[in-house]
Design a protein around this ligand. Sequence first.
Ligand code: FMN
Length: 140
Amino acid sequence: MSKIAVVYWSGTGNTAAMAVAVADGAKEKGAEAVILPSSDFDVSMVDQYDAIAFGCPAMGAEVLEEGEFDPMFESCKPALNGKKIALFGSYGWGDGEWMRIWEDDCKAIGANLACDPVICNEAPDDTAIEECKALGAALV
Ligand SMILES: Cc1cc2nc3c(=O)[nH]c(=O)nc-3n(C[C@H](O)[C@H](O)[C@H](O)COP(=O)(O)O)c2cc1C
């Protein structure tokens, strides 16, 4: 059985709600999926999973959350070359620039992006929940 990790940071719950839908989508396709806050994940765990969904909202000025998520993600980068991953997250007033930067960064390190990133404005609506489920399924 395929093993998927959904690793996320969320300040006000929007990206957390997306993470649940990502895990649901993976499970519906027959995978085992675990949801992990970014503070509970590190580079030593990357090889325990067949694929990883990373979720983080736009923070600062179009950057990843800098206290926990970004240091975790930076430390994982060397292990993500060739790894099947997907990206998701919520944003507020911007136009998704943080996700374009993040996606480019992941391509540059040679990660295998299973599908396009999923972004949504503030809380995920029904459409965004379905997109998150499809993202989870794409990792299986
Ligand atoms: C400190 C801070 C910085 C933010 N910076 C951005 C930003 O640069 N661009 C943007 O579109 N939204 C920005 N937002 C809005 C959040 O991305 C948005 O509220 C998102 O839904 C939060 O997701 P969460 O509930 O998972 O924490 C920021 C919010 C906070 C609190």
